[in-house]
Design a protein around this ligand. Structure first.
Ligand code: NAD
Length: 481
């Protein structure tokens, strides 16, 4: 199941890359860095590289460079203009961050892996969704620990490749879901497990995104790429597409080929809560209840999808309602929103993003990302438990710092379990989200056979499980189907 397209030759040939990175991986059998202490010399810290250094990459650069146990050894961006703005956070026009003088700068990540060799221990991949798979697989194959932005990939095949490569490498991985280290997530799991709300029955998750264009019927008119941008490298392993306006930066989200829709943008944050709490696993079926706009190349403007999860030993079957964007009512755009649970005040105003978890004896509501302190309904129930001394002790491990420092600590202490959103966890979460996308992209429900990696009852969906791959971009692929 592999479609291959010709492509202009990359700067480093596949053979050179494999030879040099395999050699580099061999030299990394023992960690060179000291168990980090603030104030240790640069060459004793964890040497980190970042691929994609503005947008979310900007946030990641500033955070990781500020970790006292990390040396920002290298940065890489395909756009030399943006490379010059490294550390520019998401949605901000200026940057105050100054890249250290000793940090090496690259415009092609395979060159970075090749030239840095064993001077690089770990890499953060913060590029658009379509590039994660080949970059992460190549970094793991080169012997680096890897942090990947969410979702792991925009294709189920890509996420499974990343997971297989991580298992084979034994390296420490993490997906960028900052919600996952939040206190609210742990509190609510402890309360639920202690029986505060009885059995879970239904989940409702919503977001007002997309805030960006959707529903395009054609790709943008071809234009010469800006002189600062290496377009071939930006496309990476993905099937060739002409450069045009409305793709780079940020707006790749509008296109299925590069992004993963609103589900890719938000579901890994929002679904993370029930996925962690109730062991959702992957859905057996997804229905499209309603959908507004959207084409097979560009994402919808709104949707309501219903995910069905089979029962486990601990709970019955679960239904998860996913609402994104708007629907059309009498020619007007109205946000897709869930009904307010019966146990909550019916005039509750819903925030742009949130979650309801409905159980036999009440409901939980949280807003935003990261998860805020959960609100419990009916009113007074949590207080009554507190008064009666029934609230459980804090028993789940807490994280000091956020999702990136958790990963750094896991590497430095050689304790993979400290990276709680590692690929063993994140691969299933990503697949769950992406099965939803198969339904939204084809605008039709489907069954999901995870063991065969195939959709049932919707043959059209099967062509989107693996996005076409241009030859030469993966150092190695696994037979994951
Ligand atoms: N965890 C979060 O809260 C969060 C928030 C926003 C975005 N994200 C994720 O971060 C990733 C990036 O999103 P964004 O909004 O920052 O995108 P963006 O397009 O704004 O920024 C991407 C950056 O990567 C660079 N880049 C693109 N392709 C590259 C390549 N092949 N090699 C090197 N550099 C490359 C671009 O030039 C740009 O600087 C996506 O996967 C997105 O889903 C996560």
């Amino acid at each position: 199941m592999c479609f291959r397209f010709p492509h202009p030759p990359p700067v480093i040939t596949r053979r050179t890359f494999l030879k040099s990175t395999a050699a580099a991986a061999g030299t990394l059998a023992l960690p060179r860095f000291a168990i980090g202490q603030s104030g240790v010399p640069v060459n004793s810290k964890l040497n980190v590289g970042v691929i994609g250094v503005t947008g979310q990459g900007g946030t990641n650069v500033v955070d990781i460079a500020g970790n006292p146990n990390v040396n920002l050894a290298a940065i890489c961006d395909v756009d030399t203009r943006l490379l010059g703005l490294a550390g520019k956070p998401w949605n901000k026009d200026t940057t105050e961050f100054v890249v250290p003088d000793h940090t090496k700068k690259f415009t092609e990540y395979r060159e970075m892996l090749h030239d840095m060799g064993d001077k690089l221990d770990a890499v953060l991949v913060c590029t658009p969704d379509h590039s994660h798979a080949h970059q992460v697989v190549n970094c793991l194959h080169a012997g680096k620990h890897v942090f990947s932005e969410k979702p792991m990939s925009n294709s189920i095949w890509g996420a499974r490749q990343m997971h297989a490569a991580a298992k084979k490498s034994g390296k420490i991985t993490q997906m960028g879901i900052h919600n996952h280290t939040a206190e609210g997530l742990r509190l609510f799991k402890e309360w639920y497990d202690a029986g505060l709300l009885g059995q879970v029955r239904e989940i409702h998750l919503w977001t007002s995104r997309p805030w960006w264009p959707y529903g395009m019927k054609e790709y943008p008119a071809p234009l010469p790429p800006p002189s600062t941008l290496n377009w071939n490298e930006w496309l990476g392993s993905t099937e060739y597409q002409d450069y045009g306006e409305g793709i780079h930066p940020y707006l790749w989200r509008s296109w299925w080929k590069f992004g993963s829709g609103v589900i890719g943008d938000m579901a890994c944050h929002l679904i993370d809560v029930p996925y962690f709490m109730f062991g959702l696993g992957v859905p057996e079926k997804v229905e499209v209840v309603d959908i507004f706009d959207g084409t097979d190349i560009s994402i919808p403007g709104g949707a309501h999808a219903l995910f069905h999860f089979p029962a486990t030993a601990a709970r019955g079957p679960l239904q998860l309602h996913w609402y994104e964007g708007n629907r059309m009512v009498n020619g007007e755009k109205v946000p897709f929103r869930p009904p307010v649970p019966k146990t909550m005040p019916q005039d509750t105003k819903l925030s742009p993003e949130g979650r309801f978890i409905i159980c036999d004896e009440g409901a939980m509501s949280t807003e935003g990302v990261p998860i805020s302190v959960p609100l419990i309904y009916p009113d007074g129930k949590l207080e009554a438990w507190k008064k009666d001394g029934k609230l459980p002790e804090k028993i789940l491990p807490r994280t000091k710092g956020g999702i990136r420092s958790e990963w750094v600590d896991a590497i430095l202490q050689n304790k993979p379990e400290l990276a709680t959103a590692n690929f063993d966890y994140a691969a299933g979460l990503t697949e769950t989200a992406l099965v939803g996308n198969l339904a939204l992209r084809t605008r039709a429900g489907l069954g999901w056979d995870a063991s065969k990696m195939r959709a049932t009852g919707n043959e059209a969906a099967n062509k989107y499980i693996m996005t076409p791959v241009r030859e030469g971009w993966f150092s190695e692929t696994s037979d994951v189907s």
